[in-house]
Design a protein around this ligand. Structure first.
Ligand SMILES: [Zn+2]
Length: 295
């Protein structure tokens, strides 16, 4: 449908149309196309249809892009959470494998006898650190638990610490957590004694536990305030991780000596840090992706 004003043929207009729509033509060419569109109903119709198609395409691709970006983020968070958990486990495994060792009981090598003053004396022919519990009372007297460790720096123990109160009914056991204690001196109690692992807590741990419980209560009362809820959920794992990792480290080892104390602190901070980052990522992962996907 060419008329006098049209300077380009229909076929050429159709060929140039995609470039025109992308705004890639020169001004002169643009004018020519526009002039042709004004006069050619056929091309006008094609032009209109093409524009509608383009708009629809954009609407379709935007959410797809968003979904793929979200999937990428989800995968990245999951990977980091797993990596942090592995780091935590590696620190704990290393600590457990290199922990101080108990010196096993050997008859003749570890000796306890009562001196004339009624006080016990411990002899050990070797190099070790020693831990002696302050006498635990039972119905007839007192029990003392002796444990030797190869903790560094350990000293050559020959005639070792004296202990005891001089009471008549006193028993001395060689003991380490989880194993039946060996009676070294005294009549002994009727039942076999097995010491539990050291689950002693210290002030820092108790403070952290109290802070965690307090934050949980705060979270319960402020759960309707979204901003507070988000902050508290991110904060609670910090004291909780410190408490739980400290407890785990203490259960894994006996009493601390010398460098073991520093090693214990470094392990708690390192493993606790990894555990905190991991728990934040897991919380984020489950809160943002899995719960959203279900609802
Ligand atoms: Zn035309």
């Amino acid at each position: 449908m060419n008329n006098s004003k049209t300077t380009i043929p229909c076929a050429l207009a159709k060929d140039l149309m995609p470039l025109y729509q992308e705004n890639l033509l020169s001004d002169q060419s643009n004018e020519l196309i526009e002039a042709h569109l004004k006069t050619c109903a056929d091309c006008q119709k094609n032009f209109h249809n093409a524009q509608v198609d383009n708009i629809e395409k954009e609407h379709e691709t935007l959410p797809l892009l968003k979904v793929s970006r979200k999937l990428k983020l989800k995968r990245r968070i999951l990977a980091t959470a797993i990596a942090m958990t592995v780091c935590f486990a590696a620190v704990m495994a290393f600590y457990a494998m290199t922990k101080i060792q108990y010196v096993p009981y050997e008859e003749g090598k570890i000796k306890v006898y009562k001196g004339e003053d009624g006080v016990f004396q411990l002899d050990y022919y070797g190099s070790a650190s020693v831990s002696i519990s302050s006498g635990t009372r039972y119905d007839k007297g007192r029990n003392y638990y002796v444990t030797l460790y190869d903790a560094k720096p350990s000293e050559l123990l020959n005639t070792l610490s004296t202990f005891g109160s001089g009471d008549k009914n006193e028993n001395v056991y060689y003991a380490y957590p989880g194993k039946e204690a060996v009676l070294m001196h005294g009549q002994g109690t009727e039942e076999n004694i097995i010491l539990l692992p050291r689950i002693t807590t210290n002030y820092y741990m108790i403070i952290m536990l109290v802070v965690s419980v307090f934050l949980f209560f705060l979270l319960f009362f402020l759960r309707r305030n979204k901003k507070f809820k988000r902050w508290l959920t991110a904060l609670i794992p910090l004291p909780l991780c410190y408490f739980l990792v400290s407890l785990l480290v203490r259960v894994l080892t006996g009493p601390s000596f010398g460098w073991e104390i520093q090693r214990e602190c470094i392990t708690i901070l390192l493993a606790g840090g990894f555990a905190y980052i991991a728990s934040l990522l897991w919380l984020w992962y489950f809160d943002r992706f899995n719960l959203q996907a279900r609802s």
